[in-house]
Ligand binder design. Structure first.
Ligand SMILES: NC(=O)C1=CN([C@@H]2O[C@H](COP(=O)(O)OP(=O)(O)OC[C@H]3O[C@@H](n4cnc5c(N)ncnc54)[C@H](OP(=O)(O)O)[C@@H]3O)[C@@H](O)[C@H]2O)[C@@H](O)CC1
Ligand SMILES: Nc1ncnc2c1ncn2[C@@H]1O[C@H](COP(=O)(O)OP(=O)(O)OP(=O)(O)O)[C@@H](O)[C@H]1O
Length: 303
């Protein structure tokens, strides 16, 4: 198919494929547009999992579940009646977590998780369960910190794979933990793990060089906390949609689906930022971006 043989995915192709993954809204049942889980939140951070989950829901998933700490759960529930919030993010609830994981389309791990040993170990167990269930995962924030403490936990993760979304600092931590030049660092975990390195330029690395790209422009200089959480949640929804789309006849590939989903989420986050910045200038905060999701979505994905 043309978009696979082309060699390099042009920005125009990526934009067209991002539109193609948006599912039809007619005659659907609840759940058809996705069930996304966000695992994160802690005593310190209740905002991060909220931003991620709200973004996944507003972008278009039908059901979004947060699995969080007992302390963060009531706070997040009070932020939003639209989210389903479980207070099971502890070892004693492992079996309940596994039951929830089974019904999810994509699992987003990390926003606001914190760095307590107990939570980090729990995340390793969650990743192992996701591996056995062949669940696609997005790992961000403290999920990436956990990964850097047990870098092999994702080795040879099966299809439909994993997307990592480090900022520059988090990428540096992963590179240090890999500590090998055997392959480019972003291919360390095998063919089904792709990476978005965020920053002034967003760069997507997959195991298929032809699906890699970088993006800059749009957005703003305002770096208010929480923008990465918005991206990770949106990516959960786009990843699910991309995996379920026939992006190229006779050529569906995990790496192409990941590349397109990452492009959609990266572009979408910058567009939310652009619109929020126009209204709020340097006083813009991540919550202002949540209010621009519809405008940004329309701008990028309506046909
Ligand atoms: N509203 C919420 O609930 C939000 C919550 N959030 C959640 O916060 C959690 C932490 O995530 P984050 O990425 O913000 O890590 P952050 O604590 O800044 O630093 C971590 C480490 O990096 C280091 N470090 C820092 N700056 C550095 C530098 N320039 N160059 C080098 N090093 C630097 C720093 O070192 P230190 O400052 O101690 O020397 C520290 O050890 C995460 O769960 C995320 O989801 C966010 O999503 C935002 C919204
Ligand atoms: N210098 C920059 N110029 C423009 N956009 C940027 C810049 N740095 C990051 N971004 C954009 O901001 C968004 C979030 O990336 P960022 O690197 O801030 O994530 P993060 O540090 O994980 O965020 P969080 O505060 O949620 O933890 C992405 O869409 C990214 O493209």
């Amino acid at each position: 198919d043309k978009c696979i043989r082309e060699g390099i995915l042009s920005k125009e192709t990526l934009a067209a494929l991002s539109k193609k993954i948006i599912p039809d809204i007619n005659k659907k049942s609840k759940g058809d547009a996705g069930r996304i889980g966000v695992l994160g939140g802690s005593d310190e951070y209740s905002g991060a999992p909220y931003f991620g989950a709200y973004s996944a829901l507003r972008v278009g998933a039908d059901l979004v579940y947060i699995i969080t700490s007992e302390t963060a759960a009531p706070i997040i529930k009070a932020y939003s009646p639209d989210l389903i919030v479980y207070s099971y993010l502890s070892k004693k609830h492992s079996s309940k977590i596994s039951e929830i994981l089974k019904k999810l389309d994509v699992v987003v791990i990390g926003p606001g998780l914190g760095r307590e040993d107990e939570q980090i170990k729990l995340i390793f167990d969650v990743i192992e369960t996701c591996r056995s269930l062949k669940k696609p995962i997005v790992i961000d924030a403290d999920g990436l910190y956990a990964l850097s403490k047990n870098i092999t936990v994702l080795l040879n993760y099966p299809k439909p794979g994993v997307i990592l979304t480090p900022n520059g600092r988090e990428a540096a931590r992963l590179i240090e933990a890999i500590n090998s030049n055997a392959t480019p660092w972003y291919n360390y975990w095998g063919g089904n793990v792709s990476v978005l390195v965020k920053g002034y330029e967003d760069t997507c690395y997959t195991s298929e060089t032809k699906f890699n790209w970088s993006l800059f422009g749009g957005g703003s200089d305002r770096r208010a906390a929480g923008q990465g959480d918005i991206l990770a949640g949106a990516l959960g929804t786009f990843y699910n949609w991309a995996l379920k789309s026939n992006l190229c006849e006779n050529g569906n590939s995990t790496q192409l689906a990941q590349s397109v989903a990452i492009y959609a989420a990266a572009k979408f986050t910058r567009t939310c930022n652009t619109f929020a910045y126009v209204e709020n200038g340097r006083n813009m905060i991540a919550s202002d971006m949540l209010n621009k999701i519809h405008t940004a979505f329309d701008e990028l994905f309506s046909s």
